[in-house]
Design a binder for this molecule. Structure first.
Ligand code: AHG
Ligand code: MN
Ligand code: MN
Length: 336
């Protein structure tokens, strides 16, 4: 029988054998993973637990919040407030960052999350997930951790120390990187632990599958339109091969598919969504870190996403990520 490596064992090996993470970061990742089990349980209950439908509130983006958006946010906040490893948290569902309450110890990390990604899919029983990103809280000249205000979060994605996501699909998956590759774990519902099932994930460099919301086609920027037109032309066009299309409309599910069998995922800027749709700090950055660690690439059309200097916590950016050679092709069309 195959030896089962749990998430805890994996993280201990990253701490003890490789010195890649410290005890605080290990605890932080384990705490997030545990919170994701709670969210998974609630998602699975669906209509049985009054979890579906809207919450009658809007988030900072003006989007109607779902009941489960609010609940998932609360689960992540409650799980992470008291561990002593964080200075502050920020979320898609909260306008401002939340410093750790003063009655708990503060630590060196900043946590950002999209508590429920793809939440428009929740009522129709399609996969959703959670995305997170971990940064270090900058220190003052005197060596103290700085005031964990919005400014502290505004670091380029290449400075992330860990990133990951959960997918609540037919199985619950937890995918992470701490900077030495990408590892996927499946939640075992009998032991309630995460088991390493997808070690050292690598994205094939070429692909014949693309993911984009085609209903925006008339508004796309010309390089993206050219790329998709060439894919659609298939074996009769300049690419000389047929392409397939998928669009789940949950980034977690679309990106996991890209990690599993290659592909290109795009949410480009267009004439209506001038900065694209996805959020840089808690969607594009963590997913770009993961995709690069799996041997893929991620750009906004012209710039590597991990090199973008953020200017606001909730800013959006165009996203083109996945199989390296296809991302490079779209980026080269932008250069022309
Ligand atoms: P969220 O539910 O956190 O707001 O994110 C939804 C995002 C992303 O998961 C997905 O790729 C995209 O929005 C779907 O956009 P469309 O509705 O345009 O398909
Ligand atoms: Mn999202
Ligand atoms: Mn969300």
């Amino acid at each position: 029988m195959l030896k089962r490596i749990t998430l805890t064992q994996f993280l201990v090996s990253r701490q003890r054998d490789k010195s890649l993470i410290n005890a605080d970061l290990r605890l932080l990742i384990e705490t997030i993973a545990r919170a994701c089990k709670g969210i998974s349980t609630r998602v699975t209950k669906g209509a049985l637990a009054d979890g579906l439908g809207s919450a009658a509130t809007k988030n900072v983006h003006g989007e109607a919040q779902k009941t489960l958006d609010v609940l998932s946010n609360e689960i992540l906040l409650e799980a992470n407030e008291w561990g002593g490893n964080l200075a502050a948290l920020a979320s898609e569902e909260m306008e401002d960052p939340r410093p750790i309450p003063t009655h708990y110890p503060r630590g060196e990390y900043l946590l950002l999350f999209d508590p429920l990604d793809g939440s428009s899919n929740i009522d129709v029983n399609i996969s959703v997930g959670t995305i997170f990103s971990v940064l270090r809280c900058p220190k003052t000249d005197a060596g103290a951790y700085c005031d964990p205000s919005e400014q502290a979060f505004l670091q380029p994605g290449r400075q992330q120390v860990a990133a990951g996501f959960a997918v609540y699909g037919p199985t619950t998956l937890f995918v992470i990187t701490v900077g030495d590759g990408v590892y996927g774990f499946t939640l075992d519902r009998e032991t309630y632990s995460y088991v390493l099932t997808h070690p050292d994930i690598k994205i094939p460099e070429d692909t014949q599958e693309f993911a984009i919301n085609m209903s925006n086609a008339r508004r796309w920027e010309p390089p993206v339109k050219r790329y998709i037109d060439e894919c659609l032309a298939g074996s009769d066009g300049p690419r000389g091969k047929d392409f397939n299309m998928r669009w789940v409309a949950s980034m977690v599910a679309d990106v996991f598919r890209v990690l599993s069998r290659g592909g290109i995922f795009m949410y480009p800027r267009d004439s209506k969504l001038k900065d694209g749709r996805l959020r840089l700090m808690y969607e594009a950055n963590p997913m770009s870190f993961i995709v690069e660690q799996a041997g893929g690439a991620a750009t906004d059309g012209t710039t590597r996403i991990l090199d973008l200097q953020p200017s606001a916590l909730h800013q959006r950016c165009a996203v083109i990520l996945g199989s390296k050679n296809e991302v490079e092709r779209v980026t080269s069309y932008h250069r022309k």
